[in-house]
Design a protein around this ligand. Structure first.
Ligand code: MG
Length: 411
């Protein structure tokens, strides 16, 4: 179980993915996802220039020791690039350990705590008829929980809002727009007061159309002040949201105290957090209901499991980040972890495109609204390097937004 080879593979089938592949002297291989959307090559350099040489000759069975070595020896701890690199190594080592044991990773984590993982998809539209069509389409695809994002009157382009016009132009419809390929990020517009006025009317209409049972979620994309977020949570209470996500900028966790004092709408946050330290206070003070951390950006299965075990003490559940920029390897890691822990809440699940599915051969299943990682030894994902080689890196940026007076606004 000595690591003899460590390769960093960049491929861009439908979007950019960074994958670490470790090989041991007994011929086992393990994969890890190191994709940081829009800043991919920074992690490639971190791994290739600073980590790969540290791994050669190490015992692949030592997952905890390798994690602590990479985290503590660097001196410069935390941050998305460092933690994505450590996450990739961690995932690859769990993959190898599973293959060595002949067991899927969830068995090594304690075995299945449920038959499958409830997952939510992303419905969106500029106006109500498009939103209703998108919700119906997701129900037909088997989703039993749905995030709803809406256009706002007076605003031309908002992140995460698919439109049938754009879908016709692209030939495919994204309900959560990917980073757009090109040398510069696209500029969108934003007005929080218009958004706050409009959004309760959309949730009222969606509830009237689809009834009280369907779990509905909404993402505020970190755009509100604490008092605005409190106002939104309160105005959405009649529509019984499963959660309100990312209501305030994630750097200031204290903001959630004020939000919490004013609303009983459940709160989810943390997709851009990198360590348990980012979650420590808001878990202990019970300011959130769901931990949005991703295996890929929180330092891997080892670190996110510790965070979720801590959250379990406060009845806080998982809501792991799962947009398409989490590669199939990162998604598989999330599914194994979610299946094993007791305090699983819900899993975000956006389907990858056909090209991505050809590059990453996967074993997961999606039936009756439930995900399952499958029972292949390890994570259950193999990289087809011939397919991966067909799609070289392409520069891509997430969009950003400005207010009417030109001020750059929060993501
Ligand atoms: Mg979010």
């Amino acid at each position: 179980m000595i690591i003899t080879k460590a390769e960093v593979i960049v491929t861009s089938p439908d979007r950019n993915f960074v994958t670490l592949k470790l090989t041991t002297d007994d011929g086992l291989t393990g994969l890890g996802d190191a994709t940081v959307n829009g800043r991919e090559l920074a992690v490639v350099s971190y791994l290739r220039d600073h980590v790969v040489q540290l791994l050669i000759g190490r015992d692949a069975s030592k997952i905890e020791d390798t994690w602590q070595f990479l985290y503590r020896s660097a001196y410069w701890r935390r941050g998305p690039i460092t933690m994505a690199a450590i996450a990739a190594v961690d995932m690859a080592l769990w993959d190898i350990k599973g293959k060595a044991a002949g067991m899927p990773v969830y068995q090594l984590l304690g075995g299945a705590s449920r038959t499958g993982l409830m997952a939510y998809g992303h419905a969106s539209g500029k106006e109500l008829p498009e939103i209703f069509d998108s919700v119906r389409d997701h129900l037909e695809q088997g989703y039993r929980s749905i995030r709803v994002q809406t256009g706002v009157p007076g605003l031309k382009a908002i992140y995460g809002i698919a439109s049938n016009d754009a879908a016709a132009a692209l030939g495919t419809r994204y309900d959560h727009e990917p980073a757009v390929r090109g040398a510069l990020p696209q500029e969108e517009d934003w007005d929080t007061r218009s958004y706050l006025r409009h959004i309760p009317t959309v949730f009222e209409a969606v509830r009237n159309e689809f009834g009280p049972e369907l779990p509905l979620l909404h993402d505020g994309h970190h755009r509100m002040t604490p008092i605005q977020a409190a106002q939104l949570g309160k105005s959405l209470e009649p529509y019984d949201l499963f959660w309100l996500e990312d209501c305030t900028p994630a750097e200031n966790q204290e903001a959630l105290r004020l939000v919490r004092q004013h609303t009983t709408t459940p709160l989810a946050i943390g997709e851009i957090f990198n360590t348990i330290w980012d979650f420590k206070d808001i878990i202990r003070e019970q300011l959130i209901d769901y931990v949005r951390g991703a295996v890929t950006h929180m330092g891997g299965i080892t670190a996110l499991k510790k965070t979720l075990d801590y959250a379990a003490m406060y009845q806080i559940k998982s809501g792991m980040h799962g947009p398409t920029d989490i590669s199939p390897v990162g998604m598989a890691a999330a599914m194994h972890l979610g299946l094993a822990i007791h305090n699983f809440g819900i899993q975000e699940y956006m389907k990858h495109g056909a090209k991505t599915d050809a590059v990453f051969e996967q074993s997961f299943t999606w039936e009756n609204g439930l995900l399952h990682p499958g029972d292949k030894p390890g994570l259950g994902v193999e990289l087809n390097q011939d397919e991966a080689g067909k799609y070289p890196y392409e520069q891509a940026y997430l969009p950003y937004n400005r207010l009417a007076d030109g001020t750059v606004h929060d993501w």
